[in-house]
Design a protein around this ligand. Structure first.
Ligand code: HEM
Length: 159
């Protein structure tokens, strides 16, 4: 799929100085609209997680024209999310709340920018879900596949 790389980059760069606000609005919206998802984050250091999310969005925006790298990165991210207990049905909520947060913080929001982000997030989610279904090879936390659906791994690394 041809994503609008130039528009995404321009839009993300304009948002970057207020990226803290983007991340805060995103998690506030997610937990308000979908409180059932909050327990997934109960061991999460939310400030660090906000930075990780922004970094991931930046990486995605920078790599829209490097499909192989994007595929590998997002496939891995999808596998990790499966280990957190994230289910495929959870993705539309994140998509919706990320778009809501982008709309709220972006000064340059418009039909074209919205289309560019919507297509990009759809593509991101496709690649994450494709990765989530791949067998976990060479990764040290394979217990994920033996856990009851929805149960989150407790990680010992304090992250
Ligand atoms: C657009 C799709 C998504 C992106 C780009 C994304 C991005 C990220 C990133 C970069 C991390 C940090 C991973 C690491 O520590 O290496 C993360 C962690 C996490 N994400 Fe997502 N995510 C997405 C979808 C979701 C969905 C649908 C859920 C379900 C509610 C979710 C819940 C979580 C949780 C629970 C963590 C773990 C936080 C922790 O370390 O405790 N994410 N996400």
């Amino acid at each position: 799929m041809a994503l609008n790389a130039a528009l995404l980059k321009e839009s993300f760069e304009a948002i970057l100085p207020t990226s803290d606000r983007l991340a805060s609005v995103f998690y506030d919206t997610l937990f308000r609209r979908y409180p059932a998802l909050q327990p997934l984050f109960e061991q999460t250091g939310l400030e660090a997680q906000k930075r990780k999310l922004i970094r991931a969005l930046g990486l995605i925006v920078l790599n829209t024209e490097r499909p192989i790298a994007l595929h590998a990165y997002l496939g891995g991210l999808g596998q990790i999310h499966q280990s957190y207990g994230v289910e495929p049905v959870d993705y539309p909520a994140v998509r919706e709340c990320l778009l809501a947060a982008l709309t709220e913080v972006s000064d340059t929001w418009g039909i074209e920018v919205e289309k560019a982000w919507t297509e990009a997030l759809d593509h991101v989610i496709d690649l994450m879900l494709a990765g989530a279904h791949r067998p976990v090879l060479g990764w040290r936390a394979p217990m994920a596949t033996h856990h009851p659906a929805g149960e989150r791994l407790v990680r010992g690394d304090g992250a």
